[in-house]
Design a protein around this ligand. Structure first.
Ligand code: SDX
Length: 434
């Protein structure tokens, strides 16, 4: 607890009220206003939660001014270089990086759950072949609650752990199934001898007609993409998962809600939107048209935004974007695509934006989505699948945050209030008099 306080006084003569100020281990203090309404009859008002901490958490910390991102205290730059995705999953879920024995145990638990129930493929048949992968994934993840009734009780720690392993293990299989369905190819079953990222690449790109050769550079790049997207404090989709799970619903339904929220172009859909934006600029003439495009972005009467730029929290360069740009460069070099016109266009756009007053004044920097599309396209992943890959990676973060909420003794069902601006009480008139 704390002896520091904040006092609210009212100009209408209402009695002032004093509230505790709670410190975190790092980052901004919070004013504990849980008793505000009962003591003053007033709510706070904060659409978009610009100044509101909805929970306490020990999982991920972002310093937006410094451009710093820590998973359980470890800088993302170190995790991306020194760990693989399953080690980061263990860290986010259980609070510590695994030792050798723990890594082997966790990895073998995940690999044993990578197959999905054979009936799930019949869900896919209900969709048109051009179904957006996020539409399929929202349905498939929610449907998992119908197949795994032995791990749907959120209040049972053992069932929560099994559902966590099932979700982490099966997301790659489901995402690959959505892709195979869209290209009319047979599904590829997971292989237990492959790493997490290599298994996903094989389920995506192998066919039954020949052996699949794993490309270690592409697998390492994909594994890093998963690490960079694994968790990110209380972003829109994570807050959706927390609010959904706070009703006590099952973990599969709560994660399906997170998938649905992530789909939006202002959030996880930005990587797809950013690449389509680069394609559009390229189609209109490429570098020669960048100035015209930037003018449109700055023109308030247009709704054009520089997708992959800006962030609610980062008011400096998103550290994930820096790592993504490095990965981009490595993959393009490895594939002999160093002259990739899209990458050159993206770097030119970034340079212009970082020097332009409009972006500098608003502290708009590239975010994780600006380069991720280019590297995924180079790996061979279709644009429409980018957000599904983001969802695959973010699943572990959603689960870790859900588990943290459910085990927080202070948690309650989330139920925000409102500032009512509608009609006051009035009576219904007979229709002839309306
Ligand atoms: C993710 O929350 C997370 O952590 C999310 C995420 C995660 O890992 O979970 O990091 C993943 O979602 C990254 C963000 C991906 N989205 C995009 O790249 C879409 C483009 N970016 C914007 O839509 C926007 O920057 C947001 C949504 C990301 C943040 O918006 P805010 O914080 O609500 O800021 P705002 O819309 O109020 O903008 C402030 C100003 C405005 O101009 P003014 O009205 O002050 O003149 O900046 C402008 C905006 O018009 N602005 C942009 C811009 N983003 C903000 N102008 C042009 N291009 C942009 N991209």
């Amino acid at each position: 607890m704390t002896d520091r306080t904040a006092t609210l006084s009212f100009s209408d003569g209402s009695p002032s009220a004093t509230f505790p100020v709670l410190p975190g281990t790092i980052g901004p203090d919070v004013i504990d206003i849980r008793s505000l309404y009962s003591r003053t009859g007033k709510f706070t008002y904060d659409p978009g939660f610009m100044s509101t901490a909805a929970c306490s958490s020990a999982i991920t910390y972002i310093d937006g001014d410094k451009g710093e991102l820590l998973y359980r205290g470890y800088p993302i730059e170190e995790l991306a270089v020194s760990c693989d995705f399953l080690e980061v999953c263990h860290l986010l879920l259980y609070g510590e990086l695994p030792n050798v024995a723990q890594k082997l145990d966790f990895g073998s638990r995940v690999i044993k759950h990578t197959m999905v129930n054979e009936q799930m493929q019949f869900f896919m048949r209900g969709f048109r072949r051009d179904v957006h992968p996020m539409a399929a994934l929202t349905g498939l993840v929610g449907a998992m609650s119908a197949f795994y009734p032995d791990s749907i009780n959120l209040n049972d720690a053992h069932q929560r752990d099994i559902s966590a392993i099932r979700l982490i293990a099966k997301m790659p299989t489901l995402v690959a199934m959505a892709y195979k369905y869209s290209v009319g190819q047979p599904y590829m079953y997971p292989r237990n001898e492959l790493s997490y990222a290599a298994n996903f690449m094989r389920m995506m790109f192998a066919t039954p007609c020949e052996d699949y050769k794993v490309d270690d550079v592409l697998v390492r790049a994909l594994d890093r993409i998963f690490i960079l997207h694994a968790d990110h404090e209380q972003n829109a989709s994570t807050s959706t998962v927390r609010l959904c799970a706070s009703s006590g619903t099952n973990p599969f339904a709560a994660i399906a809600a997170g998938v649905a929220c992530l789909w939006g172009p202002a959030h996880g859909g930005a990587n797809e939107a950013a690449l389509n934006m680069l394609y559009d600029i390229q189609a209109q003439g490429g570098l020669a048209r960048v100035g015209e495009f930037i003018a449109k972005v700055k023109d308030k009467s247009s709704t054009v935004r520089l997708m992959g730029f800006g962030h609610r929290v980062y008011k400096n360069y998103d550290p994930r974007a820096k790592l993504m740009r490095e990965t981009c460069y490595e993959v393009l070099e490895a594939l002999g695509l160093h002259d990739d016109p899209l990458f050159k266009l993206a770097m030119a756009l970034e340079k212009i934006a970082l020097e332009d007053d409009y972006f500098v004044q608003r502290k708009l920097y590239p975010n994780v989505d600006f380069y991720s599309g280019i590297v995924q396209k180079a790996i061979g992943i279709p644009v429409s699948l980018f957000t599904a890959i983001f969802a695959l990676a973010r699943t572990v973060g959603w689960i870790a945050q859900l588990n943290e909420m459910i085990t927080d003794p202070e948690y309650k069902i989330g139920r925000p209030r409102q500032l009512f601006t509608g009609a006051t009480r009035r009576s219904v008139k007979p229709i002839a008099e309306r």
